[in-house]
Design a protein around this ligand. Structure first.
Ligand code: ATP
Length: 353
């Protein structure tokens, strides 16, 4: 028997003629941290709301631990939820906010006290139990919302952009805390974000959504290194695309044959993914996968320099270069040759392969 297994099959949801969910099928394993990642309007929140029971799909099924959930009202699903705006009760103090789900379930006072203090300790808020919500910072409110979501020990935790209201430093800190909390408590977690870095950092697997469909479902590393189409590649990181042609049994960039780590498909023209951190200066030793260009500009990024390079055919790519501090920098107008390691040379098509 699974604990916290979610199976979604052929789920459709339309608003008028607009298909918000267009045939979603997805299995979420017990204890896994799965992120729904996609641009604005791709259907992430709608799918989370279907799992939570706030939206009824037009068709399809939703099973939790092999029990049909579609017809079950939200309050009978026993799911923990954390929203972007926290949805805390402003007139109550921290303790009462966290105690709320337990009171709803008719739990006795002493158990409530123990469990609330336990949950507050988990999120490092046990010293602030008597504070009013209005007297808390954004990060502290987020922790209270999290404590309220986990206090009744749900098997499944749903989170909709819970960190997006926080500033960058606090957001990155909370990402690590959430990840550790998940490792410790082990509940199935479905997390919505449009932030690629957040998804890569936190998830066991990522489902990339586009226009109401799951276009790729895989581990963060596979999603990043082996995107299955141009959309996923473009959505993950600073990506440029160079058109490549399939002829004489290999891909060609202009008249150069490319050596790829693996051949994704053949007979079809595609796009070479070029990411700044995967490019190198070409030394004399590298004969394959060289790209010649001219430096346009150099920008200091703190931990590195980002160098923009124009290529023949009106294309532009960038290379991230570390270790240039204190050295003579290359100058705009300089001709350079870059090298794409075969491991970093991935070709994708317009459609999912
Ligand atoms: P965001 O990152 O902006 O929150 P999302 O991926 O979560 O986006 P959804 O909120 O799931 O996207 O919305 C998917 C699409 O469905 C959007 O185009 C949205 O306008 C539309 N939509 C959502 N709810 C409704 C509704 N109640 N009525 C009409 N259209 C809706």
């Amino acid at each position: 028997m699974g604990a916290g297994k979610v199976s979604i099959r052929h789920v459709h949801k339309a608003y008028g003629a607009f298909k918000a969910l267009d045939g979603i099928s997805l299995d979420i394993y017990p204890g896994e941290f799965l992120t729904l990642l996609g641009p604005s309007g791709s259907g992430k929140t709608t799918l989370l709301n279907v799992i939570a029971g706030f939206e009824r799909p037009d068709s399809g099924s939703l099973m939790v631990d092999d029990v049909e959930f579609i017809t079950r009202p939200p309050h009978k699903r026993d799911l923990g939820m954390v929203f972007q705006n926290y949805a805390l009760f402003p007139h109550m103090d921290v303790f009462d906010n966290v105690a709320y789900p337990l009171k709803l379930r008719g739990i006795d006072r002493e158990s409530i006290r123990n469990r609330v203090m336990g949950a507050l300790e988990t999120v490092h808020m046990d010293k602030l139990e008597a504070r009013r919500i209005g007297e808390l910072s954004g990060g502290q409110r987020q922790r209270v919302a999290l404590a309220r979501a986990i206090v009744f020990e749900p098997k499944i935790l749903l989170m909709d952009e819970p960190l997006s209201a926080l500033d960058k430093n606090l957001r990155e800190h909370m990402q690590m805390e959430l990840k550790r909390l998940h490792n410790r408590l082990g509940m199935t977690t479905v997390y919505v974000t449009h932030d690629q870095q957040e998804a890569l950092t936190m998830s066991d697997r990522i489902a990339v959504l586009d226009r109401g469909r799951v276009v790729q479902l895989d581990t963060p590393q596979n999603i990043y290194d082996h995107p299955n189409c141009k959309f996923v590649a473009g959505f993950m990181g600073e990506t440029r695309f160079l058109p490549v042609e399939w002829r004489d049994n290999s891909y060609h960039l202009g008249n150069r044959s490319l050596r790829l780590a693996s051949q994704p498909y053949c007979d079809v023209n595609g796009w070479l993914i070029v990411r700044p951190e995967r490019l190198r200066w070409a030394g004399n030793a590298q004969r394959d996968n060289r790209i010649a260009g001219k430096i346009m500009d150099i920008v200091y990024r703190g931990d590195s320099h980002l160098i923009s390079v124009s290529l023949a055919g009106n294309h532009e790519i960038s290379i991230r270069h570390t270790g240039l501090e204190g050295k003579e920098l290359p100058v705009p107008g300089q001709e350079i040759e870059l090298w794409l390691t075969p491991e970093a040379s991935v070709v994708v098509g317009d459609a999912v392969q």
